[in-house]
Ligand binder design. Structure first.
Ligand SMILES: Cc1ncc(C[n+]2csc(CCOP(=O)(O)OP(=O)(O)O)c2C)c(N)n1
Length: 332
């Protein structure tokens, strides 16, 4: 079924358990609260470097990663808290890394753009735009070579889809028929540049056709459809090789913490805030009788507590020691 702006849906028939519905809700709220708290910590001067928030985009990483197994790999972006939480990364360690503490994923040396957790299949976030795309090809090659029944998801943004690395990666993955799902989170901006100024197409998924692979554009604020389509895509890429999935969504905050946002109107931001993926999902769950208002409030409280605990864990953790500064920088 094809509707406006090239958005397609194939997955009407997939069944979802109540547990999965609620787990996705909890993870979306955890992501939102994690970032809201992180933004406040930033203002309080407790975060070094910068931060890229995915508020407004929560349905993308949670929808995709909820359809994956532990052994499926992901490569996250610089805006990937939702991708990490969706893949069951430890929120305490994420927060500790954010605050530069020794208990963080990179022992406080990487910041949130460099977290990885191989135990849950996260091969790492990436501060290099498009940097994760060829890594996803390598990971997919290893899965094919080792005859694993798993896939790799490479996340990237609309801006990254203009880079050479995207085109080379899709070409090679196509030629070698690798089990890679390329997921483009189109939030319509690369820093301050609107997509209409950086590409002459409306639908990024058409780029797949240049490499002879399947492309699919979805409403990136509809977590249920993203989840269902990812389940189907997973089977598809195992059988046929790579696919490009584009999730059209929006980031509510600026590009990073230092962005005055002069390039977009307040009306545009307001319009997208009205399409909030969490609000929309909570209304869906209630309407479909999958959760009561009380159930969702309890999950909101749980998410809030999880973040309070994470901040407490991070703030009580030691700073990295100066004598360890060169540890883990090079492989032995
Ligand atoms: C190779 C490279 N070029 C430029 C940058 C600077 N930079 C950081 S984020 C960004 C925009 C990326 O846009 P997009 O891929 O759409 O992701 P989004 O930030 O919108 O999530 C740029 C240009 C970088 N980090 N790496």
């Amino acid at each position: 079924m094809k509707n406006t702006k090239g958005i397609t849906s194939h997955a009407k028939s997939v069944k979802i358990t109540k547990e999965k519905y609620l787990d996705m809700y909890l993870k979306m709220v955890q992501t939102r609260k994690f970032e809201e708290k992180a933004a406040r910590l930033f203002v309080e001067g407790k975060v070094h470097g910068t931060a890229h928030f995915c508020i407004g985009e929560e349905a993308t990483g949670i929808g995709v990663c909820s359809a994956l197994e532990n052994e499926d790999y992901i490569l996250q972006t610089h805006r990937g808290h939702n991708q990490g939480i969706g893949k069951n990364m430890d929120i305490n360690k994420m927060m500790a890394e954010f605050l530069g503490k020794e208990t963080g994923y990179c022992k406080g040396k990487g910041g949130c753009m460099h977290i990885a957790d191989f135990s849950v299949g996260s091969l790492g976030a990436n501060g290099i735009v498009g940097g994760g795309i060829p890594l996803a090809v390598g990971a997919g090659l290893s899965q094919k070579y080792l005859k694993k029944d798993n896939i790799t998801v490479g996340f990237f943004g609309d801006g990254a889809s203009n880079e050479g690395t995207f085109h080379e990666a899709l070409n090679l993955a196509s030629v070698w028929k690798l089990p890679v799902l390329f997921v483009c989170t189109n939030n319509y901006y690369g820093m301050s540049t609107h997509v209409s100024k950086s590409m002459n197409i409306d639908d990024i998924s058409v780029r797949a056709s240049s490499y002879g692979i399947k492309g699919l554009a979805l409403d990136g604020n509809d977590v249920v459809n993203i989840y269902k389509e990812t389940l189907k895509a997973k089977e598809y890429v195992k059988e046929n090789g790579p696919m490009l999935m584009v999730l059209n969504t929006y980031r509510w905050f600026g590009h990073s913490k230092s962005d005055p946002q002069a390039y977009r109107s307040k009306e545009e931001v307001k319009e997208w805030k009205e399409k909030c993926p969490i609000k929309r999902y909570s209304e869906f769950l209630i309407k479909e009788g999958l959760a009561s208002k009380d159930d969702l409030e309890a999950l909101d409280k749980q998410a809030e507590q999880d973040i309070i605990n994470a901040v407490e864990f991070a703030e009580n953790s030691p700073e990295p020691k100066i004598e360890n500064i060169f540890d883990d920088v090079y492989a032995d």
